[in-house]
Design a protein around this ligand. Structure first.
Ligand code: GLP
Length: 255
């Protein structure tokens, strides 16, 4: 039997509070180590945190000059009319172009995967950079983390994956509401890759995340909910709003 950990759960009153507290997590990490290695996420959940980080940079409270970043995932075979939905462009527009990061220090999982160049070379790159100090995560409605969909092995490294139907439905909001335009495949850090980070911070906001978030607090590893793999990590902090935390039973939250 593997020992399971208790993630720290911080229930916040709104998105602004989440963003401020998560930005503080980043600030702490970067102050401790100016050459920090940061794991970054896309989606709507981290957006206000990135705005907060930009604010901190502009007021000279933090600098990204010596920081390296590794993003969680990237779509494959994006529809040409929706090339601007790539996670690289998302990161460029919402963070990288607004801070002092050296773009040579920005990393994404490889999209040109071949047998000679497997996606898992990304794991080697992360290791060579010294490992991820702080990994930011959002949460899929079906409990996915990055693009590790239900059923993904908890010992997976970076790999190419098929996007689950429930995720396609949820992400259609970024593709003019049309599910047919959402890519079917992505390349994603694996669960083992994510769990190798020194600290993990997960953001969960809104009622649609409540079912997945509550699964973590059942304290059982469940491959149908990849987010339960976080119980294997000793240093996880979850920032949730009240809606996302609303299905967690008090007895289950070990409060
Ligand atoms: C996407 C991404 C995840 C992200 C999740 C939640 O499919 N692959 O990394 O965390 O969905 O997105 P959002 O924060 O927009 O709800």
């Amino acid at each position: 039997m593997r020992t399971l950990n208790t993630p720290e759960l911080i229930i916040c009153k709104n998105e602004k509070e989440i963003a401020e507290l998560v930005a503080k997590e980043f600030t702490r990490t970067m102050k401790n180590k100016s050459k920090s290695v940061l794991g970054l996420a896309t989606g709507s959940s981290p957006l206000s945190t990135y705005k907060e980080l930009i604010k901190l940079y502009k007021t000279k409270k933090i600098s990204f000059k010596n920081v390296k970043t590794f993003n969680l995932d990237e779509y494959l075979d994006l529809h040409p009319n929706y090339a601007n939905q790539s996670y690289y462009i998302f990161m460029r527009d919402n963070l990288f172009s607004k801070i002092d990061i050296n773009m040579d220090n920005v990393h994404f999982p490889p999209v040109n995967v071949t047998p000679l160049k497997p996606a898992s070379i990304y794991d080697k790159q992360i290791k060579n950079a010294g490992g991820i100090d702080l990994q930011l995560l959002g949460l899929g409605v079906n409990g996915h983390i990055a693009f590790n969909e239900p059923g993904t092995s908890f010992s997976s490294l970076t790999h190419v994956t098929r996007i689950a139907d429930e995720t396609i439905k949820s992400n259609a909001r970024f593709f003019n509401g049309t599910q047919a335009l959402v890519p079917r495949k992505a390349v994603t850090m694996g669960i083992k890759t994510i769990l190798a980070s020194r600290k993990i911070v997960l953001i969960a906001m809104g009622k649609e995340k409540a079912r997945a978030l509550a699964e973590i607090f059942k304290y059982k590893l469940n491959k149908k909910f990849p987010c339960t793999s976080l119980l294997l990590h000793p240093n996880v902090v979850i920032y949730a709003d009240q809606e996302a935390a609303s299905y967690i039973k008090v007895s289950e939250s070990k409060k």
